[in-house]
Ligand binder design. Structure first.
Ligand code: ZN
Length: 340
């Protein structure tokens, strides 16, 4: 189980590495939650240059505590990158011009107690202050009826410390980076792996549709055999208070470029292959060790791809308004025009 032990091991690794590459590694406690007499820290680790004006990529897991495999994917990739710091010159070259942030467990109380929500019963993915526009999916879209049901949004206008701290860190970077990308890793929806981009709060197209369209094209060219379904989240459900819609909107208002993606790992196929895994966490996570390893291995190339895309952003992001308009039309045709 990820928790204090893994964080302590990572800190130890960072300490060793900082002896040689002081600028490359950093650790912050974003916030601390108290629950039943215990303290739980939200740890964030960064690797890369501390120059302000470089692209930044976030890898985030464990926002829903029960989706344990997401935290494992992020932690495994952090370990992978840390060990490469000691020998891989290509990684060092990239990290001279890029910063990575890892938050493996954004909701440590939920993680500890196998809950989707945080310790106060709030779903951190429904907890941003904005309301959705249009028809919201019943309950799953976010509710204020009771903390006893999932998807509880929390007190109106009040963000939980975990959401607040995460959003602040991302926006701090967004303010100075030419491009910020987020990969927030979840599991539990459907049978295939999906990469969702905003919006979740409306079926209207996201303003940065051209940029998401190009990122999708780039992924397709880079790995034609990948099996991610790349699409706007609103194709599946419309929700209140989505954390990435909120953060994206804040960035957009400040004319900053933030491209957040949610990786939803389809868990139903793990269930189909192993129906006996229906324990408290089995709906959301692979259980057999070989299957966990396969999941960790499988997503490595996506996370690696995002680093290279972030590093080389000037080579694929649309360069002018004419290009953007053409790409916007392509994006509309691909994702929005089949809906009525
Ligand atoms: Zn989730």
């Amino acid at each position: 189980m990820y928790g204090d032990k893994e964080a302590a091991e990572t800190l130890e690794q960072l300490k060793v590495l900082s002896g040689t590459k002081t600028d490359y590694v950093n650790h912050r406690v974003l916030t601390t939650r108290e629950h039943q007499g215990e303290s739980y820290d939200v740890h964030a680790f960064s690797i890369g240059t501390d120059k302000p004006d470089v692209p930044v990529i976030f890898f985030i897991g464990g926002i829903h505590g029960i989706e344990r495999i997401g935290a494992q994917v992020v932690q495994a990739f952090l370990n992978h990158m840390l060990q490469r710091l000691s020998w891989d010159s290509s990684v060092l070259h990239i990290l001279d011009n890029l910063r990575l942030w890892f938050v493996p467990v954004a909701n440590p109380v939920g993680f500890r107690f196998n809950m989707r929500s945080n310790g106060r019963g709030v779903d951190l993915m429904r907890n941003a202050p904005h309301d959705a526009t249009g028809k919201v999916s019943f309950l799953v879209g976010g509710q204020r009826l009771t903390r006893g049901l999932p998807w509880y949004r929390g007190t109106p206008g009040e963000m939980e410390p975990e959401s607040e701290a995460l959003t602040s860190l991302v926006l701090e970077e967004v303010d100075r980076a030419p491009l910020t990308m987020v990969l927030d890793v979840h599991s539990g929806f459907g049978a295939v792996d999906r990469l969702w981009f905003p919006m979740a709060s409306t079926t209207d197209p996201v303003p940065h549709l051209p940029e998401f369209f190009e990122l999708n094209q780039l992924l397709q060219r880079n790995n034609p055999h990948h099996n991610y379904v790349f699409e706007p989240q609103s194709r599946h459900y419309v929700t209140h208070g989505d954390l990435w819609d909120y953060t994206y909107q804040r960035a957009y208002e400040h004319e900053r470029l933030l491209l957040p993606l949610t990786l939803e790992m389809g868990s139903w196929r793990w269930l189909r292959k192993n129906p006996w895994q229906l324990g408290p966490t089995g709906l959301f996570n692979p259980v057999k060790p070989h299957r966990i390893q396969r999941v960790l291995r499988h997503h490595l190339s996506l996370l690696e791809f995002l680093i290279r895309a972030g590093f080389s952003w000037e080579n694929w992001l649309p360069a002018n308004e004419r290009q953007r308009q053409a790409l916007y039309r392509d994006g509309l045709a691909m994702w929005y025009q089949d809906e009525s």
